[in-house]
Design a protein around this ligand. Structure first.
Ligand code: ATP
Ligand code: MG
Length: 421
């Protein structure tokens, strides 16, 4: 026998059962995003490597060590499997002049790729659903995205499991000044820094604040906080965002240490966190990035966005026992070729009325087909045996109700189903 070939580490199949949860999640997202007027944009999975170097930043974890990059054999192009969606989305907006007629609100979804340590909630191919708005400066646009997410958690019945943390990291000048201040502070505490933090000290000191190392927490708590020294406009922006969240009953915690790992953020940063997934607890994160469009060659355009990690949400959904109903409405049990042909005709007629119909195709015994009908979660089992064929009848069993069986004339089947569903 040939060797069984396995999927590669960190890349997973989504089993049909789990896929149901995905579809449930996506359908909720789509209807909430529609309510707020966000439009979907489709983006490529491969981009020029320089897009991420310039966009995400060369000193971030992603660009330093997590990207799948290669040189194309045919033309030597340097290419990368996208590790995140924002850079590509910004490129598309610039390339297609999508803000030509004014601000635009977009979302995208699909796989992302990062070569990182595989653990629960941390894969090498994972999926994000991301939102980006372009051309809007008002804090109300940051607030709208957060309020929309809060509505999404509610519609998924996850609002009690996910909490919001927000912060402001000011504008470029604030960050530059703070960077110096922070390096000075860490240099005074080098004996407490771990190896990872020492490596980051001069490249990306703000990222050290994210460290989960228990030996460093005390020192990190006492580090100067960026939000305490941001400029007046940024402060106003933040206060106004907080007020709008309060007005709309969105609870949040100010986390002065929250900076996020990517280079492009300014002012608002936020994360939605759960306690149910161990240290992979961030289920969505985002913020404002007013400089990125310009940095990638576009006209200065304010922007704000976030990304949801879909697998982590699916893990949460698996822990709640909700019923999603992508089950058949009707299961047709049939015996013999003639009966199966008739079942097909009836099934097509029912599908014309938008019912979900399964016709048994495995020629199993009557008993075994009835078991399958039951397992399928369908509401009706339609039985077409020899006698029914001969007399143009169908036996209809209400398998989700009292299990009662009714003999229905074939021509009356649609109205019977309609009345009893
Ligand atoms: P983390 O701190 O968990 O590494 P991150 O800051 O790298 O997250 P972002 O780049 O902000 O994550 O991506 C947004 C969301 O995408 C995360 O909050 C998370 O839910 C999800 N995500 C990120 N990396 C992975 C991964 N390797 N596997 C699964 N989900 C991921
Ligand atoms: Mg990460």
């Amino acid at each position: 026998m040939a060797n069984k070939i396995q999927s590669i580490k960190g890349f997973y199949d989504v089993a049909p059962r789990a896929q149901k949860n995905w579809r449930y999640f996506e359908s909720k997202c789509l209807s909430v995003f529609d309510q707020y007027g966000y439009e979907e944009i489709g983006l490529p999975i491969i981009e020029a490597t320089e897009l991420f170097e310039a966009g995400v930043g060369t000193h971030t974890d992603i660009v330093e060590k997590e990207m799948y990059s290669w040189t194309d054999k045919l033309n030597e192009d340097k290419l990368t499997l996208r590790p995140e969606g924002t850079a590509g989305c910004v490129r598309a907006v610039i390339q297609g002049s999508l803000t030509y007629n004014g601000p635009i609100k977009l979302f995208y979804r699909g796989p992302m790729f990062r070569h990182e340590n595989v653990q629960k909630g941390r894969q090498r191919q994972f999926h994000q659903l991301g939102i980006e708005s372009f051309g809007l400066t008002d804090p109300a646009s940051d607030a709208e995205q957060i309020i929309m997410l809060s509505r999404l958690w509610k519609s998924l019945d996850l609002e009690k499991k996910i909490r919001l943390e927000i912060n402001s990291i000011g504008d470029i000048d604030d960050r530059e000044r703070y960077r110096k201040e922070l390096i000075e502070y860490f240099e005074k505490n080098t004996e407490i820094l771990d190896e990872d933090s020492k490596r980051r000290l001069h490249k990306n000191p703000m990222r050290i604040l994210d460290s989960k190392n228990p030996h460093m927490q005390d020192m990190l708590e006492k580090a100067p906080k960026l939000i305490d020294s941001i400029n007046e406009d940024a402060k106003k922006h933040f206060n106004s965002l907080c007020q709008i969240l309060k007005n709309n009953q969105v609870e949040f915690k100010l986390n002065k240490r929250l900076v996020r790992g990517l280079d492009y953020y300014n002012r608002t940063v936020f994360e939605w966190i759960t306690n149910d997934l161990g240290s992979q607890g961030t289920v969505a994160g985002g913020g404002r990035y007013d400089y990125l469009v310009e940095r990638l060659g576009g006209k200065p355009t304010p922007a704000c966005g976030f990304a949801i990690g879909i697998e982590r949400i699916i893990l949460l959904l698996e822990k709640t026992d909700f019923e999603n109903d992508i089950n058949s409405d009707i299961y047709i049990v049939n015996l013999g070729n003639e009966s199966r042909d008739k079942s097909f005709t009836i099934a097509e007629n029912l599908r014309n009325q938008n019912y979900k119909v399964t016709v048994n195709l495995d020629s199993a015994s009557f008993k075994s087909q009835m078991k399958k009908a039951d397992k399928s979660n369908a509401k009706f089992a339609l039985i077409i045996g020899e006698n029914e064929l001969k007399n143009n009848l169908i036996q209809v069993k209400l398998i989700r109700k009292d299990g009662s069986q009714t003999e229905v004339k074939e021509k009356d089947i649609l109205s019977f189903i309609k009345q009893n569903i």
